[in-house]
Write a protein that binds this ligand. Sequence first.
Ligand code: THU
Length: 159
Amino acid sequence: MKEIQYNISIKSTTNIGELNAKEQELVQRAQNAANRAYAPYSQFKVGACLLLDNGLMIEGNNQENASYPCGCCAERTALNYANATYPDAKVSAIAISAFNSQGLVDEPITPCGICRQALLETEMKNRQSIRVIMNGQKHTIIAESASDLLPLAFDDSQL
Ligand code: THU
């Protein structure tokens, strides 16, 4: 049996100043959005901010529900709003920040599986990769494409 290796490359920085000005604003807005999250059950507040190629920045945060599975992650709240409101705009980046009871998480959080699939769909639709900026207190990590976060993904080519 042969073995197939998948290599992904993730950047990491302890200095947010290494991001360009727009991306720094994206991170700041993701943090602001997190503070407006509705997360009474987990007390884990997540914010996301998308950069569209029309220059707009779209914020989202997690929206929980007493019926737990009904809740929606910050990433998909932002993505669904952007895709519903600006269907022709391409998403070029997303910043994600999360706060626990201590404040901004030390280690960056990474999108859940469903959000990775949703980000991938937007990449495929727009034929443009989305830079995923995952922000933590200690460091911030960056994937150049959502597809890097979802190897062996299911997509429309398999339908
Ligand atoms: N959550 C997000 O909004 N984004 C993620 O990337 C991970 C998890 C939310 C879902 C739930 O409201 C809370 O964080 C705890 O899982």
